[in-house]
Design a protein around this ligand. Structure first.
Ligand SMILES: NC(=O)c1ccc[n+]([C@@H]2O[C@H](COP(=O)([O-])OP(=O)(O)OC[C@H]3O[C@@H](n4cnc5c(N)ncnc54)[C@H](OP(=O)(O)O)[C@@H]3O)[C@@H](O)[C@H]2O)c1
Length: 250
C-alpha cells in the first residue's frame, strides 16, 4: 500500500495561527488534508485560518496550546484526534526569537524561554507524534516536518545565537528521530527557512537585510508552505532524516 493510502489525511500544525504555520495549514488543506492547528494567544487569527481551510472544503479545528508545556501538547493531540481523527502529519512549527543581543548579554530567563519553546517544545511535539503514529505502537505511520532555520547553520551572530542554537537542536532531532522510527512507518524531515515575510522579525530587520540573499529578496510564506506540503505528502516518500533549505540561497 502506498503511503498516501495508508496514512490518515489529518495534519496538525503547531503555531498555525500566523506566518509560516498559517500558510502551511492552508497549503495542506489545498492538498486535501483536514487540518488541526494550535495557537498560543491569537484565537482570532487561528479562527481565520480555520475558516480559510474550511473554505477549501476541508475540516479544520484550532486548539490553544503552549508547546512549552507537555500537558498542553497531550491535550492538543487528543483534541485534534477527537475532532478530526488519527493524525498522519505533524508540522512542528511553533517558535520564537529573542530580542537582538550578543551572547554576553543573555540571562538564564532568556535562554530558558528560547530553548524551552524552540528545542524542548519541538522534542515534546515529536514525541507525542511518535507515540500516536508509530506502527510499533499500533499507529498507522505518518510524517513529521520540523521548522528549523538557516540560522542553525549560519549562527545568527549579533542577533540571536541562542535562537540559532535552539534550531540546531531541531536539525539534530530530525536526523536522530528519523533513524529511530524509520521502520515504524514514520518519516521525519526538517526545513530551514531564510528570511521569510512574517511578523517574527524585529521592526526594520527585513528592510535592512532583506536583499542580502543571493536571490536578492525575502521569501513569501507561500514559498515555504509549498515545501512543507510537499514533504508531508507521498511525493517525498523516499526522503527521511534530512533538512531542506528554503532561503533564496542564503
Ligand atoms: N519568518 C522567518 O523568517 C523564519 C525563518 C526561519 C525559521 N522560522 C521559523 O518558522 C516558524 C514560524 O515562524 P513565523 O515567522 O511564522 O512566526 P510568527 O509569524 O511569529 O508565528 C509564530 C506562530 O507560533 C505560535 N507560537 C509562538 N510561541 C508559541 C508557543 N509557546 N506555543 C504555541 N504556539 C506558539 C504563534 O501563536 P500566536 O499567533 O497565538 O501568537 C504563531 O502561530 C518558527 O519556528 C520560526 O523560528 C521563521
Amino acid at each position: 500500500m502506498s503511503e498516501k493510502e495508508s496514512v490518515p489525511r489529518v495534519a496538525l500544525v503547531t503555531g498555525g495561527s500566523r506566518g509560516i504555520g498559517a500558510g502551511a495549514a492552508i497549503a495542506l488543506a489545498e492538498d486535501g488534508w483536514d487540518v488541526g492547528i494550535s495557537y498560543r494567544t491569537r484565537k482570532d487569527e487561528a479562527d481565520r485560518v480555520v475558516a480559510a481551510c474550511e473554505q477549501l472544503g476541508r475540516r479544520a479545528y484550532a486548539v490553544q496550546a503552549d508547546v512549552a508545556e507537555s500537558a498542553d501538547i497531550e491535550r492538543l493531540f487528543d483534541a485534534i484526534t477527537a475532532e478530526l481523527g488519527p493524525i498522519g502529519a505533524v508540522i512542528n512549527n511553533a517558535g520564537v526569537v529573542a530580542p537582538t543581543a550578543r551572547v554576553e548579554e543573555y540571562d538564564v530567563e532568556r535562554l530558558e524561554r528560547v530553548f524551552r519553546i524552540n528545542a524542548i517544545g519541538a522534542f515534546l511535539v515529536a514525541g507525542a507524534a511518535v507515540r500516536r503514529m508509530s506502527t510499533a505502537r499500533g499507529g498507522a505511520g505518518g510524517v513529521i516536518v520540523s521548522v528549523s532555520s538557516r540560522g542553525a547553520v549560519l549562527g545568527s551572530a549579533n542577533e540571536y545565537v541562542d535562537y540559532a542554537a535552539s534550531k540546531a537542536a531541531v536539525d539534530t532531532l530530525t536526523v536522530g528521530l528519523a533513524h529511530e522510527v524509520a521502520k515504524e512507518g514514520i518519516r521525519v524531515l526538517g526545513i530551514r527557512p531564510g528570511l521569510i515575510e512574517t511578523d517574527i522579525h524585529e521592526e526594520g530587520r527585513l528592510d535592512r537585510i532583506g536583499t542580502t540573499p543571493p536571490l536578492g529578496r525575502t521569501g513569501k510564506v507561500e514559498e515555504v508552505a509549498a515545501l512543507i506540503a510537499f514533504l508531508a505528502s507521498d511525493r517525498s516518500s523516499y526522503m527521511t532524516g534530512t533538512m531542506v533549505d528554503v532561503s533564496g540561497g542564503r
